[in-house]
Design a protein around this ligand. Structure first.
Ligand SMILES: Cc1cc2nc3c(=O)[nH]c(=O)nc-3n(C[C@H](O)[C@H](O)[C@H](O)COP(=O)(O)O)c2cc1C
Length: 483
């Protein structure tokens, strides 16, 4: 498959596949993908930490609309960084319509991440979004396209209406996106709108239309997207249930093993013969970070592989170092454990959690946390009895959730993975004058136990280049051609 990457470094939120990792992978001639989740928050917190290294400043200077850049900068930047016991500024919640300052934060957050990942080389860079987190889509994608993103990858949902958004933005035309609202009835207007010209401070030439790769776990979803999407779908990532992050739920009546993990079976396997017949490129994901697997994937007709777990623990990943080192130690001692938690994520999708003391996987740590919902990315939109659109999260205070029509049983075992994932990226919210610091939650695929293969010469650390070297072992010379 000419012109397509053989190795995609999968998007890993929040900020685990930050610009540093994606830039490294793309420089090496493969496809680096930044995580697109919560980038408004990530940017605000980097600025509140004093923009170490001045990287955000460089990206702000390159942003085409200086008025917006100036406002966002002055909202958050703290020279030298905030005091350790001060909280990060709370951003407004996303909703059907975004308040103007939040839209500007989100626009810049996406621009900065892609701009920095593209800096200093000419290879493409991708961005990954979760379809389920719909409210930031329209502004996020425009921000990423302003920075010249080459690929948009999207999992956790059925993104039928994304291609139309990409096509509209090429000429800075307005775009819309349907918000899924639980309980909505005919006649409700649940459409989100974004007009680039409301934000443009000058005329710009047309933008490049990025390639669009939905992440799927079933043949039916692939066929549906090709048939019903409102524009071109350029290929698919086929992600199996061993992959890190969120997984598609098993098909049929759910069954669980004695650890309470969902059990996957034959029906959850994607038929590759059917995929080949669709005639668009596809990449295999979920346990493809080892030697020889790239060759096998190519022989199966794949364009290549998408790998996450192996990159999540390398030097360039955005995971905070104490967590990364603790997990690498567990791996070296043969003690690493990953559990597929069917309920932790408010998204409703099974979520893989690395078991590590001191993180939210540890019941004593999580149970001591007051239930607070102040980031709200995974909130579900619902129709109120008086016909408005409101939002609720099964991890918010129980009485609030139930008062919004949420069912008590749906809140059992849920965790605030919004706060926990931002904490894992090294920017935990601080509450009660520093007495409460949000603990992180760490995700990885089943492949975690094997990442010792990247550590060379007795080292306990490894780089993204070490991962690429191992994946390329066993590949034929022509397989290593750059993107
Ligand atoms: C730490 C981590 C975070 C992830 N976050 C996301 C995400 O935000 N969006 C997404 O589509 N996939 C996410 N994934 C899945 C990866 O993009 C990739 O498809 C998967 O890791 C491939 O399987 P592997 O983990 O066995 O290599 C994540 C994976 C990991 C390990």
């Amino acid at each position: 498959m000419d012109g397509y990457p053989k190795v995609i470094q999968g998007g890993m939120g929040v900020a685990i596949s930050g610009w540093r990792l994606a830039q490294t992978v793309s420089r090496l001639g493969h496809l680096g993908v930044v995580a697109g989740t919560a980038l408004d928050q990530v940017l605000a917190r980097r600025l509140e930490d004093g923009d170490p290294g001045g990287h955000c400043r460089r990206a702000f200077d390159a942003f085409p609309f200086p008025g917006i850049a100036e406002r966002v900068w002055s909202r958050y930047y703290i020279p030298g960084g905030k005091a350790p016991d001060s909280p990060y500024i709370r951003l407004p919640f996303h909703g059907l319509a975004l308040p103007r300052p939040l839209a500007e934060d989100c626009l810049l957050g996406n621009f900065v991440e892609v701009f920095l990942a593209r800096e200093g080389h000419a290879n493409p860079v991708g961005i990954n979004y979760l379809e389920k987190i719909q409210t930031p889509h329209l502004v996020s994608i425009y921000g990423a396209m302003l920075a010249g993103v080459g690929y948009i990858l999207m999992g956790a949902g059925i993104p039928l209406k994304i291609p139309g958004v990409l096509d509209a933005y090429v000429n800075h035309e307005p775009a819309t996106y349907p918000l899924y609202v639980s309980g909505a009835v005919d006649g409700d207007d649940t459409t989100m709108h974004f007009r680039p010209r409301d934000f443009m401070e000058c005329e710009l030439p047309p933008l490049e239309r990025p390639r669009f790769l939905p992440i799927i776990a079933s043949n039916v979803l692939a066929a549906t997207l090709l048939k019903k999407a409102n524009g071109r779908v350029d290929g698919f990532i086929i992600e199996g249930p061993t992959a890190g992050g969120h997984n598609a739920p098993p098909r049929g009546r759910p069954t669980f093993n004695d650890q309470g993990e969902p059990v996957y079976g034959e029906r959850d396997r994607v038929n590759l013969e059917t995929m080949r017949a669709l005639g668009v490129p596809f990449w295999l994901a979920g346990g493809f970070g080892g030697p020889d697997v790239l060759r096998q994937a190519l022989e199966e007709g794949a364009a290549g592989v998408q790998v996450g777990t192996a990159f999540a623990y390398c030097e360039e990943s955005g995971m905070r170092d104490d967590y990364k080192q603790a997990v690498l130690r567990l791996v070296a001692e043969g003690q690493a454990q990953v559990r597929t938690d069917p309920v932790a994520s408010p998204s409703g999708f099974p979520f893989k959690v690395v078991q590590l003391d001191g993180t939210a996987s540890d019941a004593s740590v999580y149970d001591a946390r007051p239930r607070v919902c102040d980031l709200g990315y995974l909130r579900e939109a619902y129709r109120t009895p008086d016909g408005r659109v409101d939002f609720r999260c099964p991890s918010e205070p129980l009485s609030v959730y139930v008062s919004k029509g949420g069912r008590e049983e749906d809140a059992v075992g849920r965790k605030c993975i919004c706060n926990a994932l931002v904490a894992t990226a090294g920017a935990p919210q601080v509450r009660s004058k520093g007495r409460l610091i949000e603990a992180g939650i760490i995700t990885a695929g089943d492949d975690l136990v094997g990442i010792g293969r990247f550590m060379r010469h007795g080292s306990t650390r490894y780089t993204a280049a070490d991962v690429i070297d191992v994946i390329m072992q066993g590949a034929l010379p022509e397989d290593s051609a750059p993107v």
